[in-house]
Design a protein around this ligand. Sequence first.
Ligand code: FES
Length: 110
Amino acid sequence: MSELLACAVDEVAKGAALRVELAGVDIAIVHADDDNFYAIHDECSHAAVPLSDGEVDGCTLECWLHGSRFDLRTGEPTGLPATEPVPVYPVEIRDGSVYVSLTSSNGVTR
Ligand code: FES
């Protein structure tokens, strides 16, 4: 699938996450502490709450409900109680905008 415009770069402060919907898919756009932008499916693999409401910590996004952290590069949880990865999507920055491709880069589907 081709890339979709998600948001402007300056809509997401460093250390924050923004929930967007792209083609019916809820995505958390994260401006991580390493200055890169990441796109991760906005649903925890443990109990399906929005990850965009959680805290950004380094290159992870922490689920606010039970505290599992998901690596924004791989979608893998780095700690319990979640055990399943979440889809992550390729991001491209062009002309001050964040574009996301909805083909997951870690092979995980929703
Ligand atoms: S709902 Fe996310 S860790 Fe439980």
